[in-house]
Design a protein around this ligand. Structure first.
Ligand SMILES: Nc1ncnc2c1ncn2[C@@H]1O[C@H](COP(=O)(O)OP(=O)(O)O)[C@@H](O)[C@H]1O
Ligand SMILES: [Mg+2]
Length: 240
């Protein structure tokens, strides 16, 4: 199995406080890896670090065979193209239409209009939202905003996707639609994803593998069915 991303003994701190304390992980081709844990455990921080948005203290990050641990800001651009990021709550630009949001980077690159239109429609079609291409974010439901954010992250066909709490704040039916989209990107296109969440039931629906984070360290790695059998008191409480 091809390794898409590898983290080895990574330490990260804000000022004097360590947030990530020697974490290691591997993401394989075509899998959904779930990072599960309570709030404040460092889940969002892991994604920020893996996108080169924070400087690490110690350890190593390898993305698709390239050691990116100490890249300069301008060198990160190429690496980030390999990763589609879906931020918590979608983070769409309110002042841009759905077309403008999804095509944002393509407009920046000054691609011809008809090419942009083609790509934007293709990505919206994947999440079943081609119909709302002319809408403004304020006209969309919470679930639709998340799907637009997924479409936007798919521009450039990244082989890796990161999702930060993709189901949080959504009703169960809408959340399951998001889960289906994430799973189908794996099944249809072989996308490898890291999904960060504190919601156990959606973690189970998504996971090929689960890693449980607590206070900046992983305390479990394995299959969903093994998580429930775990003797660790924190995990027992979490899965109850
Ligand atoms: N910019 C920041 N400066 C200082 N501390 C931060 C900053 N961002 C997050 N933290 C702290 O890092 C810890 C982990 O945060 P975070 O990664 O957001 O956790 P999670 O996503 O698991 O809820 C928390 O204690 C949080 O207060
Ligand atoms: Mg978070």
């Amino acid at each position: 199995m091809k390794t898409m991303l590898e983290v080895d003994n990574l330490w990260f701190k804000y000022e004097d406080r360590y947030i990530l304390k020697g974490i290691s992980l591997k993401l394989f081709e075509g899998e959904n890896l779930i990072i599960l844990g309570g709030s404040g455990g460092g889940k969002s921080t892991i994604l920020r670090v893996l996108l080169g948005l924070e400087e690490v203290d110690k350890g190593k990050i390898i993305i698709m065979g390239e050691d990116v641990t100490h890249l300069r800001e301008d060198e990160w651009f190429g690496v980030r193209k390999k990763i589609g990021m879906v931020f918590q709550d979608g983070a769409l630009f309110d002042f841009l239409s759905v077309r403008g949001n999804v095509g944002y980077r393509l407009y920046e690159q000054r691609l011809p209009q008809d090419e942009i239109e083609k790509i934007v429609r293709e990505k919206l079609r994947i999440v079943g939202l081609e119909d709302v291409i002319d809408y403004m974010p304020s006209e969309l439901s919470g679930g639709m905003k998340r799907r637009v954010a997924i479409a936007r992250a798919l521009v450039g066909d990244p082989p890796i996707m990161f999702y930060d709490e993709p189901t949080t704040g959504l009703d169960p039916i809408t959340a399951k639609i998001i889960v289906r989209h994430i799973n189908s990107l794996r099944d249809k296109f072989g996308v490898a994803s890291i999904v960060v969440t504190h919601e156990l039931n959606y973690a189970y629906m998504l996971a090929d593998r689960i890693m449980m984070l607590k206070d900046g360290t992983f305390i479990f790695e394995g299959k969903s069915e093994d998580l429930v059998k775990c003797a660790d008191p924190y995990i027992k409480e979490f899965v109850k």
